[in-house]
Design a protein around this ligand. Sequence first.
Ligand code: ADP
Length: 524
Amino acid sequence: MSVNNEKLQLALEKLKSIYGYHSFRNGQRQIIKQILDGTDTIGIMPTGGGKSLCYQIPALILDGLTLVISPLISLMKDQVDALTELNVPATYLNSSLSAKEEHERVQQIKQGFYKLVYVAPERLEQYQFQQLINQLPLSLVAIDEAHCMSQWGHDFRPSYLSISSWLEHLNQKPVVLALTATATKQVCKDLQQFLGIDEDYVITTGFERANLTFQVKKGLDKKRYLDSFLKSKRKESGVIYASTRKEVEQIYAHLRRDGIEVAAYHGGMSEEDRTRSQEAFIHDEVKIIVATNAFGMGIDKSNVRFVIHYNIPRTIEAYYQEAGRAGRDGEESECILLFSSQDVRTQAFLIEQSDRNADRQEMEYKKLQQMTAFSHTERCLQQYILLYFGDATNKTCGKCSNCLQTGEKVNKTREAQMVFSTVKRVRERFGKTIIAQVLVGSSSQKIKQSQLTNVSTYGLLKDWTQKDVAEFIDILTAEEYLLPAGTTYPTLQLTEKALNVLLGQAEVFVTETQTLKEPEEQDD
Ligand code: ADP
C-alpha cells in the first residue's frame, strides 16, 4: 500500500519544526516517501545534498528504532551532538565508550530512549550486539557512505561487506536505505546486488553542484599563488588539501610566516590537536584549514567558500567529495586544483608502494589516470565530472576554467597525426616521455639504446620543447585519443578515435594556449 499523504505531511512538518527548513531538497522527498512506504532504497546525492535528513526524518516518524551504519567514530559523534541539540533522541555505540558508558547506553536503548542509534559496521559482527538488535523493534537501517561496500568504490572497506549477510540473518525485516555521494554506475550496480534493490528504487538526484566553479591551474609557483589568492579572500573560509602530512606542515608553516591565520589537520597530529583545529575552523575562529584527506568527512560547515587542492587527489570520487565541501549553503564557491605532473608521479609511487593486491593497484592507477585526464581535458570541468559519474549531459557550466578559456581553437590535426604515428611505429611499447623525445629529436641515452632515432617521425616536432609535446600528449590522452596502459610509467595505446585521425577521417582541435602556440612564436 502506498504511503498516505498524512505521513508525508508529517515529514514536512518535522522538517520545518525541527530543522527550520521550508521545503525538501531535490531527492529528499522521494527517498523519504519510499522509506515511509516500506521500500528499500538507494539514495545517491552529491556531498552537501542533504542525505542525513533522508533517514533522520523517517526515524522520527517510524514506530521502531533506526540504526545508522557509519564509517567514522568522529562522524557519529558530530551527528549525534547535532541531533541532541535539536532535541532528537539519538546516540551511538562505538569503541570510544568505556565499558560502563556502553552498558548504560545499551540499557537506555533497550528501554526505548532513542529513535536513532549510530554504529560502525564492525559492531554488526559482535554477538552481543546481534542479540541486542534482535530484541529491539528495528524499523530502518541506514547505511551511510554506502560506496564503501563496493570494491569498485574509491574507499572500499572490508567491514562493509558483512552488512548484507547481517541484514539477511536478522529476525525482522527493517527497511534499508543506502546513501552515498560517489557512486559510479558500477558501484551502484554492486549496491543493488548486495542489497537486492531494484533499479526503480534507486534515487539519483544527479551530481551537479551548480554553485561550484571549477578551475585547474598548471605550471604555477604554488606557494605564491596561495599567498595572493588568500590575500584576496581574507574574510572567507576555505580548505586547502595537500596529499601528505609533510606537505600540510610545510604549507601551514609558510602561511603562518606570511602572517595568514590557519589551522592544520592531519592523521599524524594528536586527537586533541586535531579536534582543536577542527573546532576552530568550524566556529570561524580561523578561516583557513590546511589538511590531508583525513579532514572533512561528516563536517557540516555550510559557508566554506573555496577548496584548493594543492596536490592532485587519487581519484575523481575523492576530488569531487573534497571539493564538494565548498558551498554547502548553496552560495557561489570556488574549487581550485593546482596541477603538477610531479604530484601525479608521487601518487603513482604511493600506489606502487602500497600493500594492495595487483588487481586493486591496477584499478587505482586507472582511477589516477582518469583524475589526471580531468586536469588536462579541454571540456567543461563540471560536465567532465558528471559524465564520469554517468550523468549524460550536453550542458556546460559556462564558468569553469575551461569554459572561460579565451584561447582560440586551433587545428592541430597534423601534429596529432605525428604523435599517433609515433605511437604506432614504436608498436605502443613506450610512454609519454619517450614519444615526446622521439618527436623533438632527442639524443638521450634511452632513445639511442632503443634505436628510436630510426623512427620515421624522429625530430618532426624539433621546434617544440619536449615539455610542450608531453603536454600536448596529455591533452590527447584526456580527450581519449590515447589510452595509457600499465602502471607508474604507462605505455600509450591508440584508440579508435586516434585511428580515425590517422586515416584522415577526423580532425583535432585544441585551445591555443601558451604551450601550444605555433613554433615560431615560442621563443618570444
Ligand atoms: P550530505 O550528507 O549529503 O553531504 P547533509 O545531510 O550534511 O549533506 O546536509 C548538508 C547541509 O544541507 C546541512 O547543513 C543540512 O542541514 C542542509 N539541508 C539539508 N536538507 C535541507 C533542506 N531541505 N533545506 C535546507 N537545507 C537543508
